[in-house]
Design a protein around this ligand. Structure first.
Ligand code: AMP
Length: 285
């Protein structure tokens, strides 16, 4: 049985009952669990003695016009998936428990959080970094697993942990995709049938740019244009950004050099905003 820890007090009691020597792995989520989340649970199980997940739809990381109220919350199904995956415990706090009124302290990463999703979603990474630091302080894990699907989120959290000396080791899990290449996302359930049919173009755009890079093109602007041209094959897709960035600093690059590049895109299908990315690893071209 997956133990359900409904508030901070229950979590703290559980945490202090663990043997000191036990290595604790942690997988934070917003629920609506899919195989991408479960892959992180499995990686955590393989790399730690004990594993805890959290499900918390964090209001602080949603903008005013975003999908906080309609974000899927299939709690029963989520608990069944955690159970089936053999996850030992899940932290399920309420918003009031996590954010008693009057908080005036937030975490602002000020470099890797600025471009890409940070530019399009002001305050998003502040909300992410703040809730993740709170969760780390509460859970006190040795390892925490995050998906490469949210590559910029991984970068923000890695820098937060480094800059603020947070005693947690961050690990990244690979992107889990549908058979047609669409990256699994809790938001995929919003897609209409036609939008779902167009959505694999997002991954195809990343793969087309990867192929062009391996064929010898290194100019970042030309590669991004190629990515956008693939998205343009469906008028249902409205791109928000398609960029090549330095994989470490997420700074702008003019060419793909020895450091490789993070190919990153965000696009709307109807009201649904999807993101995807692909890491170009250095090689001779
Ligand atoms: P979320 O519930 O969307 O906040 O995601 C929780 C964790 O699952 C984050 O670390 C995500 O990066 C990760 N994740 C989401 N989708 C995928 C996916 N398709 N493959 C691997 N990890 C994922």
């Amino acid at each position: 049985m997956t133990l359900i820890l409904k508030d901070k007090a229950a979590l703290r009691a559980w945490r202090s009952s663990l043997p000191t020597a036990a290595k604790l792995g942690f997988v934070p989520t917003m629920g609506a669990l899919h195989a991408g989340h479960i892959s992180l649970m499995e990686l955590a199980q393989a790399g730690s003695d004990r594993v805890i997940a959290s499900i918390f739809v964090n209001p602080l990381q949603f903008g005013a016009n975003e999908d906080l109220s309609r974000y899927p919350r299939p709690l029963e199904a989520d608990l069944a998936k955690l159970e089936a995956a053999g996850v030992e415990a899940v932290f399920l706090p309420s918003v009031d428990d996590m954010y008693p009124s009057g908080a005036s302290t937030f975490v602002d990463e000020s470099m890797v959080s600025l471009p890409l999703c940070g530019a399009e979603r002001p305050g998003h990474f502040r909300g992410v970094a703040t809730v993740v630091l709170k969760l780390f302080n509460l859970v006190q894990p040795h390892f925490a697993w995050f998906g490469q699907k949210d590559a910029q989120q991984c970068a923000v959290i890695e820098r937060m942990v480094r800059d603020l000396d947070v005693p947690v080791e961050i690990r990244r899990g690979p992107i889990v995709r549908e058979a047609d290449g669409l990256a699994l996302s809790s938001r995929n359930v919003y897609l209409s049938e036609q939008d779902r049919a167009a959505a694999p173009l997002i991954y195809q755009s990343l793969r087309a740019v990867e192929a062009a890079y391996w064929a010898g093109e290194t100019d970042a602007e030309k590669l991004a244009e190629l990515g956008l041209s693939v998205l343009a094959r469906s008028e249902r897709i409205v791109p928000q950004y398609w960029e090549l960035r330095d994989p470490e600093s997420l700074g702008a690059i003019a060419r793909v050099g020895q450091g490789g590049a993070l190919l990153a895109t965000a696009a709307f299908l109807g009201k649904t905003r999807l993101i995807d990315n692909l890491l170009l690893t250095p090689g001779s071209v």
